[in-house]
Design a protein around this ligand. Structure first.
Ligand SMILES: Cc1cc2nc3c(=O)[nH]c(=O)nc-3n(C[C@H](O)[C@H](O)[C@H](O)COP(=O)(O)O)c2cc1C
Length: 213
């Protein structure tokens, strides 16, 4: 009887594990790092917008967006499109879609699965957030910030996020996408749903999508 129970428990465990593993890593196409609108036109067009058509972003556009946000622009040193204090590179970009949440891995230019669930509604408190096909979350990993004090970790991770967010604003302005950065996030709930470690802090989120026609 006990053996049968253990076998059943093992089988259920294997099935749950298999179900959790169905979402695959997504290899992004190489980012297109030439072209785009001239800088002054992009700055003229930069704005916050809270309306999204819901149309999916092509993988190429997502790749370009994430590279612009915080991709590697100097492969020889591994440095990025946005600066970071002490080159800590402590900000991870979580990417929520209708299918799953991933984390952007700049080195392999891929999206690593975090959870196979549509958590877009949890990436902000406002109703429009879940209408965007992609919602980014900027998550600081304080364990990458050396011996900095808590106050410095809070300060520098917020500042570093600002640069990344502005890169996203500028790419969106160039590519005809809508976006808005969000501070109004239920961080406790989202941290728990994403299974974040204690040292990981959600700083801001940012939905991205096409304008409504
Ligand atoms: C740190 C930060 C947090 C923000 N949080 C929110 C937010 O939670 N919800 C929202 O609708 N807009 C948010 N915004 C967007 C601002 O409302 C917006 O930038 C401002 O109204 C100026 O508009 P503009 O970006 O078009 O110039 C935030 C902006 C910043 C910089």
């Amino acid at each position: 009887m006990r053996k049968k129970f253990l076998m059943t428990a093992l089988l259920v465990g294997v099935l749950v594990f298999a179900a959790e593993q169905t979402v695959q890593q997504v290899q992004l196409p190489k980012p297109q790092i030439s072209g785009g609108k001239p800088l002054m036109e992009v700055l003229s067009a930069r704005k916050s917008s809270r309306e999204f058509s819901g149309e999916e972003l092509p993988l190429q556009t997502l790749s370009n967006l994430l590279w612009a946000a915080f991709g590697i622009n100097r492969p020889e040193s591994g440095k990025r499109t946005a600066p970071s204090a002490s080159n800590w590179q402590e900000i991870d970009i979580y990417v929520a879609t209708a299918k799953a949440v991933y984390v952007y891995d700049a080195k392999s230019n891929s999206l690593k699965p975090v959870i196979e669930e549509d958590l877009r509604a949890d990436f902000g408190r406002q109703a429009f957030v879940k209408t965007a096909p992609v919602v980014l979350a900027y998550v600081a990993d304080y364990s990458k910030m050396g011996r900095a004090s808590q106050i410095d970790k809070d300060f520098y991770s917020a500042v570093d996020t600002g640069f990344i967010s502005q890169n996203v604003y500028l790419y969106c302005a160039s590519a005809g996408l809508n976006t808005v950065v969000l501070g109004m996030v239920d961080r406790a709930t989202l941290s728990q749903k994403l299974g974040l470690k204690n040292e990981q802090k959600i700083i801001l989120t940012q939905p991205v999508g096409y304008p409504k026609k």
